[in-house]
Design a protein around this ligand. Sequence first.
Ligand code: NAX
Ligand code: ADP
Ligand code: K
Length: 504
Amino acid sequence: MKILTAAQIRAADAFTIAQEPISSLDLMERAANAVVAWLTQRHGSETPFFVFCGPGNNGGDGLAVARLLHQRGYDLHVFLVGAGPKQSSDFTQNLNRLPQEIPVTPVTSASELPTALPQQAVALDALLGTGLTRALEGPFAQVVDYLNQQPVPLVSVDVPSGLFTDAATPAGSTVVQADITLTFEQPKLAFVLPSSGPNVGEWHVLPIGLHPDFLAQVTSPYQLLVPENVKKLLRPRAKFSHKGTFGHALLAGGSYGKMGAITMSSQAALRAGVGLLTVQVPQVGYNILQTAVPEAMVLTDEQADYLTQFPEDLSRYQCIGIGPGLGQAEASGLALENLFRQKLPPLVLDADALNLVASNRQLRQHLPPGSILTPHPKEFERLTGPATSDDHRLQLLQSFCAEHDCYVVLKGAHTCIGTPTGDFYFNTTGNPGMATGGTGDVLTGILTGLRAQGYSALEACQLGVYLHGLAGDLAAEALGEASLVASDVYRYLGAALKKLSQNP
Ligand SMILES: NC(=O)C1=CN([C@@H]2O[C@H](COP(=O)(O)OP(=O)(O)OC[C@H]3O[C@@H](n4cnc5c(N)ncnc54)[C@H](O)[C@@H]3O)[C@@H](O)[C@H]2O)[C@@H](O)CC1
Ligand SMILES: Nc1ncnc2c1ncn2[C@@H]1O[C@H](COP(=O)(O)OP(=O)(O)O)[C@@H](O)[C@H]1O
Ligand SMILES: [K+]
């Protein structure tokens, strides 16, 4: 699903109005109906709604929602902020359509607002949407501060007011802290970035029938990984297939005290469906691997406690995953240098393999093209230097992927896959239960297992990242977030694969 800029959304509006054709007022009515359908499913008519409307089309949406809720028997109170000569014509028309019985209070300062909203109420934020041009101040900022302190659910229409959707919101700005955001047609970039995402709360995309031709032809470097698209990548296993059909993966890593990481990667590669798995570990890992992962073959290093070599014949492997539990011994770095000089199958690099690359210019310069790197933000900054903002981090991601011709899986709440062609794919699965040691190692195993099966680098990243999060979601559903541990993620990988393949 494409993520569009505010300007592209305006263009989509205009295209739909001209081509469908539909009046902008009717399009607003469609948007309002979508919001009302969502709200009335969640809240019965005993819930009073307090609707806060600005002077533009976002405020117009709020007024239309108020009228439609009133028609369905809800109690309403409308507050107007900033209405006046600059109000949009659809706002004015919806204000004129508002039934007399709905109380309307113009607000010029917070002192005109009720001391507190009743606890059973819901507040609707329709102050400003994608038309925001500057940070909030004056009555807008006062009303938003007020709303953020109310003990009631706060639902934002389209975007939390005060949040810039496709540029950085200036630090320290007043922004609505929404519990729920009901956004129209397409998600906005600010929803998936770490500095602005927390303001959005739980978000839902409500289709409002913007013209499919426009949505099909508009281009955006930003996309969301959604099940409909990811599902198409899954390859069914043919009846007459055999283990050779599904590739042979090599995982390399582990060191004294860190054998769990490579063990969990191994389990995950197997659960991702790889045909054969070999694991290269220091001697200290031999018994551990053979016991914990009997399905895997094990090769041991000359060294007892850390890796200093890779297998000589690499031609039998369709993918090599390196890094989980590796440690940063100098000899491990030298082994990587040697490895990078050879003709290699596709690579997945994680954890200390990335730290070694970050601290060694030789390694960075000879990074094999087409590799997949899976840093968390700290590891990423070791590779690129510090990021000063979310926007800057995305710029760094784009230039790093282009310069090294590689795929970077930048991990986080909405993990972002960067590609050599400058595209970004944001994940939609996963949960805070996954913020626990070892879940990244599981991801490395999944990516290695998929890549070895013949999925392209981009397909493996999209499928792997999505499935990893989905497995975490299924595990959290069964066990709760706090108790979720990394091994639960690979235990639920089969259920995730099944769920994705059955997705209608
Ligand atoms: N395709 C869509 O997505 C649709 C969008 N609609 C709504 O239209 C909204 C966009 O409407 P508009 O373009 O009218 O924009 P807004 O309603 O976001 O606000 C624009 C108005 O606020 C003023 N303004 C901007 N920043 C301000 C600030 N910091 N303080 C005070 N005033 C400020 C502007 O000068 C302008 O008058 C969307 O967010 C959505 O809610 C719907 O009505 C229908 C369809
Ligand atoms: N709040 C969250 N929401 C969704 N996914 C998360 C969240 N926190 C962490 N994750 C996921 O968990 C994994 C953590 O990886 P990483 O930081 O490398 O952990 P480790 O090094 O312990 O294996 C990543 O895939 C990340 O996307
Ligand atoms: K809003």
